[in-house]
Ligand binder design. Structure first.
Ligand SMILES: [Zn+2]
Ligand SMILES: [Zn+2]
Length: 297
């Protein structure tokens, strides 16, 4: 007798449809991995305004942290399309947590299966991002900066600099999706006119359709997520088995004391409490004494 597939098992997605809550063209990088790995067709929740869950440019603040916002966005898309499978991505940008002088992008990609009650997520800290901003006055020499942030293949946002006003209040002029030198000159002129100091705040536009670098990161995340969804839990068979945490404590090669280096990976299930510890992929069993708090204090 053949055991029935568990409800929500990876095989049971074949031929299904998954809603994608986006108005920023993310289907361009998500459709293929989901179709190739899971035989799932991505259906864009069109006409659905993901900006109601907040915007990068701060006209509307995010109501929750990025992980939770991403889950809510997936659910909102599912409500809009009437599908019981949903997908959403959410990015946030700022200083790198370990190297604060560098900018980093934090990206979530979340899959929701409401029939099986599953939320399967992948997260990536992307060190390669063009995220940046600067204050300028029209006529400033900004060619080097424009090159660094990838303009014009990567779009910009401009707004008048108004120091007394909260940048998130949304009251002022805001020009998004600037993609060519003429558009930039026009935006600089209008925003400078509207600024009490004649200065303009230029920012990188981080929306996926305006930012090929970010779209590439979302593509990488899509491959990670479909691999996780396709991997069944060894205990209960539900989809979504994968890495949940890296465990520090690799013993020092000289004295054997635990260090801050990674000792093992903890894998877990999206449905049940089952977890397994796996050794490091590179097989390393001891840490360099240079990383040891006793040998190299
Ligand atoms: Zn040591
Ligand atoms: Zn399980």
């Amino acid at each position: 007798m053949i055991a029935p597939l568990p409800i929500g098992g990876p095989g049971s997605y074949a031929g299904g449809r998954v809603s994608l809550a986006t108005c920023h063209g993310k289907e361009r990088v998500l459709s293929r991995p989901f179709h190739a790995a899971l035989d799932l067709t991505v259906t864009v929740a069109s006409g659905f305004d993901t900006d109601q869950l907040g915007t990068f440019s701060g006209e509307r603040p995010r109501p929750a942290d990025p992980r939770e916002t991403c889950r809510r966005k997936a659910l909102a898309g599912m409500a809009h399309t009437g599908l019981d499978l949903g997908l959403a991505s959410e990015g946030s940008f700022g200083p790198h947590p370990a190297f604060p002088w560098l900018a980093a992008g934090s990206e979530w990609l979340t899959f929701v299966d409401s029939r099986a009650g599953l939320v399967i997520e992948e997260h990536l800290l992307a060190p390669r991002t063009n995220f940046d901003q600067r204050l300028v006055v029209p006529g400033d020499a900004i060619a080097d900066w424009l090159r660094r942030v990838g303009f014009p293949s990567h779009a910009l946002i401009a707004r008048p600099h108004a120091p007394e006003r909260d940048p998130g209040d949304g009251a002022g002029l805001l020009i998004k999706g600037i993609r060519d030198p003429a558009g930039l000159a026009e935006a600089l002129r209008r925003c400078a006119e509207a600024s009490p100091e004649g200065r303009v705040r230029l920012e990188t536009d981080m929306r996926a359709h305006c930012n090929p670098t970010r779209l590439g990161v979302i593509r990488t995340l899509a491959f990670k997520l479909v691999r996780r969804i396709a991997r069944p839990c060894p205990a209960c068979g539900a989809p979504g088995w994968g890495l949940v945490e890296r465990l520090a404590g690799l013993p020092c090669g000289w004295c054997g004391q635990p260090t801050e280096r990674i000792r093992a990976e903890l894998w877990g299930c999206a449905a049940c409490a089952h977890q397994e510890e796996k050794p490091r992929r590179d097989g390393r069993g001891s840490a360099d004494p240079g990383d040891c708090p006793s040998c190299n204090p």
